[in-house]
Design a protein around this ligand. Structure first.
Ligand code: SF4
Length: 397
């Protein structure tokens, strides 16, 4: 239940139900609404092959400096062990750009990340995604067509020129290009406050894409706006399900998208863990719902979460609300601290988990054979506009 759909004043924020999810059946043809593929047609080695680790090592060694392997924090351990660097999506894209000598960038992450790497790397470098079905349900919640239609609505109302788009890094290249075309900026979960501050210096309203939670959490908790300053634009309803006055008066027009992993954490998870582990510190990512973030002790990006846990006192207790592969890896690295997952049920990012050792081996061995697979390319005109929005982010004060 929410009142943000109707624009009335919510006393307490509540997550709306029924946001359409792009849950695709893997291997079932194509989905034109998805920014990714739905299958990986390669001749993959069997997951049971006992030589997979040795094969990955041999292929990596054979390729030497020609290949640079990026591993997102949410990737499986079996994949991360072969990464030359690990990080969040933006750090990895920059790491790739800083390795112009590498002919091939193997991106162990999801599709939009590989697109960003292709935009930021030199023309001669090839970016490969080991499984084309590794997409992001949040990125799929804002398609170029939907966002263009929303912009048409703002233009018809005569307010588009005072609206600045701010798009989260977790969006398709098309959405980044839209943002660049309309003078906006990209942001990450680390710099969202600076991005919004900049945007409000350029215009009077912000269209925040595609993660409503990061937009709301940043606007309300860091910029001091109220929940009433935010409206939720539902692309499946005429005019986003809002009235002309609601669109005109809102400071933040939040796109109705969310992360299907971080959106699972609830206030009840926080209450339950506090009862179960007295003295626990609750640490969550800003992609979590507003009520979860409000009830946590610490909130920050993936990098912030890692640094906070690295620096925590031995013996301290932590419940962490982010992707499970990362939480487990950090917990294993800090056996002197009690680090648990915030939710009681298992919660991996299913599309991140598409990249496994068989896919990595297949990709590396294909390169050794001189037959690159699953190359991700962004059309030059889209890349140029997206790059403008990314450069605006780099230039944020
Ligand atoms: S964790 Fe969430 S935002 Fe990240 S790739 Fe998975 S669905 Fe997308």
């Amino acid at each position: 239940m929410t009142t943000t759909d109707t624009g009335s004043s919510p006393a307490v924020f509540a997550e709306p139900t029924g946001t359409p999810l792009s849950l695709l059946l893997l291997g079932q043809a194509a989905d034109p609404r998805s920014e990714r593929g739905v299958e990986c047609p390669g001749d993959l080695p069997a997951p049971s092959d006992p030589d997979l680790v040795a094969r990955a090592l041999a292929a990596k060694q054979a390729l030497g400096d020609r290949v640079f392997i990026l591993g997102h924090h949410y990737q499986r351990d079996e994949v991360v062990q072969f990464a030359d660097v690990t990080g969040d999506s933006f750090k990895l894209a920059r790491d790739a750009a800083n390795r112009p000598d590498a002919e091939y960038i193997v991106f162990c992450g999801v599709h939009f990340m590989a697109e960003s790497a292709d935009i930021l790397t030199a023309d001669g470098q090839q970016v490969l995604l080991p499984d084309l079905a590794a997409g992001c349900s949040m990125a799929d919640m804002a398609t170029a067509e939907q966002v263009e239609q929303a912009w048409d609505v703002l233009e018809e109302l005569g307010i588009a020129e005072r609206v600045v788009p701010v798009s989260y890094m977790n969006s398709s290249a098309d959405i980044k290009a839209f943002t660049g075309k309309h003078g906006g900026t990209i942001c990450t979960s680390s710099n969202a406050e600076r991005a919004l501050t900049w945007a409000f210096e350029q215009g009077e309203q912000v269209l925040f894409l595609p993660d409503q939670h990061l937009g709301r959490n940043t606007a309300v908790r860091q910029l001091g706006l109220s929940l009433d300053d935010c409206v939720l634009y539902n692309p499946f309803k005429p005019m986003g399900g809002l009235t002309a006055d609601q669109l005109r008066n809102a400071k933040m027009i939040l796109w109705r998208g969310h992360c299907s992993v971080h959106g699972r954490f609830t206030k009840e998870c926080v209450d339950e863990v506090r009862e179960r582990i007295p003295g626990v510190n609750v640490l969550v990512h800003p992609e979590c719902r507003y009520e979860v973030v409000e009830s946590a002790d610490y909130v920050g990006s993936t990098e912030y979460i890692i640094k906070t846990l690295d620096a925590a006192e031995p013996g301290s207790k932590w419940a962490v609300g982010t992707e499970l592969n990362l939480v487990r890896r950090v917990a294993n690295a800090h056996s002197d601290k009690e680090i648990v997952f915030l939710d009681k049920s298992v919660c991996y990012c299913s599309t991140m988990n598409r990249i496994d050792l068989p896919h990595l081996v297949w990709t590396l061995e294909s390169l050794v054979a001189g037959k690159p697979v699953n190359r991700i390319t962004v059309a030059p005109d889209t890349a140029a506009l997206a790059q403008a929005a990314l450069e605006q982010m780099l230039a944020l004060p």
